[in-house]
Design a protein around this ligand. Sequence first.
Ligand code: FES
Length: 113
Amino acid sequence: MPDHVLCSLTELSDPGAKGPFRVGNTSVFVVRQGDRVRAYVDSCPHAFAPLEMEPDQFLDLTRSYVLCSLHGAHFDPDSGACVLGPCLGRSLTAYPIRIHNGKIIAGPQPDGI
Ligand code: FES
């Protein structure tokens, strides 16, 4: 099966986020802070809504947190944990990725997503 390339590292500002991308029946986005790139399912654990209002708009004004545009939950981009808002104690669902030759590649869809 060919690699499912989400985007290139050069398309992702630092800090930055991009998506959503369709992987099978799942929507995911990627977020970068320095050398750390993570991917999460695009579903807020509060009400399971997509996080963004516009494509690629996943970060708060400080570009330090992933922001849910519906009710303002803030998430740590590195762990996915909610640090502010109505879903404190819950987390975004991580999605496996790898980086090869400057491309961010989606892994197989884990069970339970
Ligand atoms: S759906 Fe994200 S904070 Fe409510």
